[in-house]
Design a binder for this molecule. Structure first.
Ligand code: HEC
Length: 105
C-alpha cells in the first residue's frame, strides 16, 4: 500500500515535468503546418502526388525532413515543403518522426 502510494505520488509529480520537457510530435505536426499539405491524419495529402506519411519508418521520415530542410533532397515537389522547414529544429524533426511512425498507414 505504501509502495503504491509512493508510486502514485511519483507519477503525479513527474507528469507535468515530463510533458514540459518532452516535445509533443502530434502538437508539432499541427503547429508547424505539416497537416496543411499532408492531411490531419498524415494519410490524406491535399494533392495525390504529395506523400502519405502515416506509419512510415521513423528514421526514414527524420532523414527526409532533414534532407529537405538542408536542400540535400530537392527532387519532385520538395520545394513546396522546404519553405516551412526553417520553422522546424533537429529536435522537433525527431519528435515529429516518432509521432508519425506510430500512426496507422
Ligand atoms: C506546402 C506543403 C507541405 C508542407 C507544409 C509540408 N510538406 Fe512534407 N512534403 C511536401 C511534398 C510536396 C513532399 C514530396 C516532395 C517530393 O515530391 O519529393 C513532402 C515530403 C515529405 C516527406 C518525405 C516523404 C517520403 O516518403 O519521402 C516527409 C517525411 C514530410 N514531407 C514531412 C513533413 C512534415 C513533418 C511537415 C511539417 C513540418 C511537412 N512535411 C510540411 C509538402 C509539404
Amino acid at each position: 500500500m505504501k509502495l503504491k502510494n509512493t508510486l502514485l505520488i511519483a507519477a503525479l509529480i513527474s507528469l507535468p515535468i515530463n510533458s514540459a520537457l518532452a516535445l509533443d510530435g502530434e502538437q508539432l505536426y499541427n503547429l508547424k503546418t505539416c497537416f496543411a499539405c499532408h492531411g490531419k491524419d498524415a494519410n490524406s495529402p491535399i494533392l495525390p502526388i504529395y506523400p502519405k506519411l502515416a506509419g512510415q519508418n521513423r528514421d526514414y521520415i527524420a532523414a527526409q525532413m532533414t534532407d529537405i530542410k538542408s536542400g540535400a533532397r530537392a527532387n519532385g515537389q520538395s520545394a513546396a515543403m522546404k519553405g516551412v522547414m526553417h520553422l522546424v529544429s533537429e529536435e522537433e524533426i525527431g519528435a515529429i518522426a516518432d509521432y508519425l511512425a506510430t500512426l496507422a498507414p
